[in-house]
Design a protein around this ligand. Structure first.
Ligand SMILES: NC(=O)c1ccc[n+]([C@@H]2O[C@H](COP(=O)([O-])OP(=O)(O)OC[C@H]3O[C@@H](n4cnc5c(N)ncnc54)[C@H](O)[C@@H]3O)[C@@H](O)[C@H]2O)c1
Length: 326
């Protein structure tokens, strides 16, 4: 089994490579080779028993994807993207990476020849949906994105479905919830504060809350997201029929729920580090975001959400802070 991860230097890419290393096999087949691709140099996961190839490649450049297909990976996990805030700030860059990058990749697979038909896992987003929403968004809700990022992901979903229908590859698109707690430094995602208000106080540092505590949203831990990716790589796609894109299960929580979970995990002192500083531009963006989903379809196909927001914090402490707080 040869698995290629594109966007392998990123948060989910590096965690997925680590998880595949731990598993050692996928669908009962030994993982002999990992090809890790990113526009910045990826790192090989510690302890991988097979061959790890590291490739620096800008997927948004025409022709780049074709060179990657020469090795015919059995599974391609396509994660390379820029986040919502950056795609909104730089229209051309967002389309070049998030849309053209996916399209060049899909075309390179189609043109590889020899009846090559790999599994492709594509990470979409709940940003493919736009207000007005029902209270719970079901699997049949129309895609009406209200951001350039959401539009790029929605087009990617349609391409994935059509290339799969035509038999060029075997695609699975997973709409990830907002990942929380995102480790590392804050990024340019408008959703960053959902993680910042937990991650920084857990380290004993200040964080800014730019919205009301009543704001409600849809979350998954990085660990749950990696399991979604791995499950999408293994699932029997005959069960999907022609609907190749699925909304992933998550935890529906308000900012207040997050803060209550922080208090249970780290006490009032940690909560006191959150400073409220309303930011109208963030509030405006958040107002157009979905809050809760009915994900019966993904759940029936074996995708599992985190158990609670307390669990989301516990996972961060275990995976990023050696189980404790600083
Ligand atoms: N993190 C979230 O909350 C979230 C939610 C929904 C969907 N997603 C999607 O999941 C995927 C992974 O997210 P993440 O949080 O790991 O993001 P990330 O920003 O940590 O990683 C993305 C990686 O893609 C790479 N990349 C960017 N442009 C590239 C290019 N032109 N060629 C090759 N590589 C390029 C970056 O260098 C980076 O390492 C993305 O597709 C993202 O849109 C993430």
């Amino acid at each position: 089994m040869h698995i290629m991860i594109i966007g392998a230097a990123g948060m989910l890419g590096s965690k997925t490579a680590k998880r595949l290393t731990q598993k050692g096999q996928l669908s009962g087949k030994r993982i002999e080779r990992l090809t890790l691709v990113d526009v910045v140099e990826p790192t090989a996961p510690d302890g991988f028993a097979g061959t790890a190839d590291l490739r620096v490649c800008d997927l948004s450049v025409e022709g780049a994807a074709a060179s990657l297909m020469a090795e015919r990976p059995d599974i391609i996990i396509h994660l390379a993207a820029i986040v919502s805030g950056e795609a909104e700030a730089d229209f051309a860059k967002g389309y070049a990476i998030n849309l053209d990058g996916a399209r060049w990749l899909f075309e390179a697979i189609r043109l590889a020849g020899d009846a090559y038909c790999p599994r492709v896992v594509f990470t979409s987003s709940i940003a493919v949906f736009g207000a007005p929403f029902p209270d719970r968004i079901g699997d049949d809700f129309i895609l009406t994105p209200l951001t350039s990022y959401g539009t790029q992901k929605a087009i990617g979903e349609l391409l994935l479905a059509d290339y799969s229908r035509r038999g060029f590859f075997d695609g699975v698109g997973i709409r990830l919830p907002t990942i929380c707690i995102r480790p590392g430094a804050p990024n340019r995602a408008a959703s960053g504060f959902f993680s910042n208000i937990l991650r920084e106080p857990l380290k004993g540092e200040d964080a800014i809350l730019p919205v009301e505590e009543t704001v409600r949203h849809w979350f998954a831990s990085p660990r749950a997201a990696v399991e979604f990716i791995v499950h999408a790589a293994e699932i029997d796609t005959r069960l999907l029929g022609s609907r190749r894109n699925l909304t992933m299960p998550g935890i529906c929580a308000t900012v207040r729920d997050e803060i209550d979970a922080l208090r249970r995990a780290a006490g009032d002192g940690a909560v006191a580090l959150i400073r409220v500083a309303p930011d109208e531009s963030i509030q405006r963006i958040i107002a157009g975001w979905p809050q809760e989903f009915d994900t019966k379809r993904a759940e029936s196909l074996g995708f599992c959400a985190d158990a609670s927001f307390d669990d989301i914090i516990r996972i961060h402490l275990e995976d990023e802070m050696q189980g404790g707080r600083s």
